[in-house]
Design a protein around this ligand. Structure first.
Ligand SMILES: [Zn+2]
Length: 126
């Protein structure tokens, strides 16, 4: 899954080899299934410093702005995109950002020391 690969890639570049215990990601635009993303994230994170890290997914769905009544409504289904749920008007436009943002990562301080020791052990075995 491209989304999960992107999350893992972004988090790893920020972690710089440190062990990560949690990744917080904001997903804007089209609704995603958190379970699917979580599963994909685990797969993509396997074998990296993100392995076993928790994924904190914050959803920011698109909203629909209605020119008829001036209201805006979060998009919960495809139907919302077609007509305004408030007044039934069809003069609506979708607004909001369709992107994925890495909000923050939490580095595990204990595992950080362990990772250094492990790196040293690997170096010695070479
Ligand atoms: Zn309306």
């Amino acid at each position: 899954m491209g989304l999960c690969d992107a999350i893992v890639k972004a988090a790893r570049s920020r972690a710089r080899g440190r062990r990560v215990s949690e990744v917080k990601v904001r997903v804007g635009g089209h609704p995603v299934d958190p379970e699917v993303v979580d599963q994909g994230f685990r797969l993509a994170a396997a074998g990296t410093e993100l392995e076993g890290a928790g994924l904190d997914l914050v959803m920011e769905p698109l909203s629909v702005h209605c020119r008829g009544c001036g209201g805006s409504t979060p998009v919960e289904s495809a139907r919302t995109l077609a007509a305004c749920p408030r007044c039934g008007g069809v003069d609506v436009e979708a607004c909001g950002r369709d992107d994925v943002v890495l909000e923050s990562i939490t580095v595990d301080p204990e595992a950080e020391a362990g990772a250094e020791a492990a790196a040293g052990a690997r170096g010695g075995a070479r």
